[in-house]
Design a binder for this molecule. Sequence first.
Ligand code: ATP
Ligand code: MG
Length: 340
Amino acid sequence: MAEPLLEVRDLKVHFPTDDGVVKAVDGTSFRLEPGETLGVVGESGSGKSVTFLTVMGLIDRKSARVEGEVIFDGRNLLALPEDEMRHVRGNKIGMVFQDPMTSLHPYYRVGSQIAEAIRTHRDVNKSDAQKQAIEMLRRVGMPRPEDRAKAYPHEFSGGMRQRAMIAMGLALNPSLLIADEPTTALDVTVQAQILDLIRRLQQEFNVGVVLITHDLGVVADVSKKVMVMYGGKAVEMGTRDEIFRQPLHPYTWGLLESIPTVDKRVERLVPIKGAPPSLINRPNGCSFHPRCPHRFEPCDQDIPELKDRGGGHPDACHLSIEDKRRLWDEREQQRARAAS
Ligand SMILES: Nc1ncnc2c1ncn2[C@@H]1O[C@H](COP(=O)(O)OP(=O)(O)OP(=O)(O)O)[C@@H](O)[C@H]1O
Ligand SMILES: [Mg+2]
């Protein structure tokens, strides 16, 4: 098998606080191949952002205990000194956040900011960097890029700002783009345009993309591979088809039933009952068991490992594969009945 672009091994990120240790990420492993898109889904607080902030070296190591390995380009990023990490960030790993204003400076023209980002990492003169910045703005679908490059961020709409952020994230031709809720703050039409753009750029630049979202509909649109997170752990991992057609984990079932886009016939949303687990006093056994309608005797005792349990892709649930298939079929039939 070819070298993966990114391989995360047993990552743990624990924050000691006055109330106890917050185990925000607690043993997560996954890999991403070059040019592949990974959708990362899970409820608020499941550890999506902390996982990828750690990958990017943006977690303050003074306030967090970080364990495990983040292998990128054959090196463990967790062991790199800060100056080398800064070089990786931007140069090899691009980032796009929910709020573009966290990365765009309000006082500088958008074109100059992208040009500066290019000049920080590449030996090019100002006017060439400016030309490259305009070209990037054009490639992300900015109308009249020469003029828009001279504008300030506040003169842009939310969607245009997000395009500018993506232009900045891709300006140095990174091999990995990490987008954390890139469309959450946008209205539905603009959201669709930005997702379209990410899909197109992913193919054009052959860049690996991590798309973090709490919205499975977004993942269904864009990602080839999906990782479902719950309580700081990956609980299921598979291709888009596997996750949407043969989901194996009851938490994934709950997520799928809480969105209307999976099955157009089903209009009714069923939110998952109960609250996410405490990350300080984690439940024994499977973190999802207090909310799981299918729990049985090992669930509050043994932590289920994430592995292929006969379902064709990895999941972390004690139920037998026969029970999983039967229960999911039953839930689907129930939904179809409720919809008709
Ligand atoms: N510096 C910190 N100190 C203590 N706890 C933290 C710190 N940073 C994050 N956490 C906690 O870690 C958990 C995971 O947070 P994270 O931001 O990764 O969630 P998320 O899955 O991205 O959620 P959302 O969908 O709301 O963005 C949360 O409970 C959060 O409060
Ligand atoms: Mg987040």
